[in-house]
Design a protein around this ligand. Sequence first.
Ligand code: F6P
Length: 423
Amino acid sequence: KLKLAVLTSGGDSAGMNAAVRTVVKAGIIRGCETWIVREGYEGLVLGNQEHHGPPEPLADIPDNVPARISDDSLINNLRFGDGELLRDGQGDGDFSDEPRSLRNRYIVRVGWDDVRGWMSEGGTLIGTARSAAFRTREGRLAATYNLIKEGIDAIVVCGGDGSLTGADRLRSEWPDLIEELRNEGRITPEQAETYGHLKIVGLVGSIDNDMALTDLTIGAPTALHRICESIDNINSTASSHSRAFVVEVMGRHCGWLALLAGVSAGADFIFIPERPPKAMPWEDEMCEVVRKHREVGKRKTIVIVAEGAIDSELNPIKADYVKDILTERLGLDTRVTTLGHTQRGGRPCAYDRILPTLQGVEAVDALLEANPNTPSYMIGINENKIVRVPLVDAVRKTQEVAKAIEEKNFAKAMSLRDPEFAE
Ligand code: F6P
């Protein structure tokens, strides 16, 4: 019986709960024992600390415990009794000391009812972190030990490119880590044998849509939708006052959200990292475009700036600077709106429920079929088909984009992101 754990890592994205829910349910249907890891890789590193005697008072929680799910949401969302899951209605209704016991437990057995109703929830109910500890070998050694201690054979990681790079790192180091634990006598030779091959699968959860070898990441459609709605709202006030707005959107080093938001909201000008404005100075080009739009009667101007936007010399293009140009050169009454985390939070749109559901089932199947000769997979979507791609390839190709930008090879960066955009 496969013991399967799922975790969410990095920046949260809408649809992560649907992914967790699906992995748990598909795992149960396929006969696996299902677990969640709280707080991303941080939870793997911390593991389940032994607890003797009465629960510690809440004030004794060590300072280094990372941000965690609030006690209320633990009670509401993870229901436990005697260390095992309770099905709805089977408990005695007294969960008073559970949050306390969960404080020392990051790797937790879950069942069907624990993930009921999670499909439409925003964020990630099992918590996430950008774990510094997991970036160290020591942290990964602790994570390996904690997994083996709980008898977990297989993990699903739902996160962005950084998180899946971490998954790939753990995969490649696994034999050495096992060897070290065995030499230290922390695991038995039998355990070293049983857990000699790490079964790991990545689901791409990120609003940025910056992972190679998949068309779409979980959470990107919802974030795009959110941006589009916000610009619709801005449009009415912009038109009323005949104003210009510079809208800064997220995406880290990827321009997907900015580009597609620009298309869906009919923006006048868009700045993205992969294709800096060619004409130098770009200020002239932007003003020319906006002036022409105004001349044909447009009462509003929308300029979208990706947070990672750069010029062709790799200097950041900042929203405030763009605003000053529009104000000074065109005399437009201009405002800056930074959409920030409103883009990331909130309920997933329908597609961010469908995608993680289809991919979650595929992830469980990939783990069940995994053997030492199969690569670790990332589950992607290509031309509307759910696909398995080797995790190592996806990570490598994603890094190539960053490298192409660093080398100012923007055409290459663009075509790596999407061959359709190749110049
Ligand atoms: O990767 C997702 C993302 O929202 C990026 O678009 C953004 O750059 C970053 O995370 C913000 O991170 P934080 O929430 O830690 O400020």
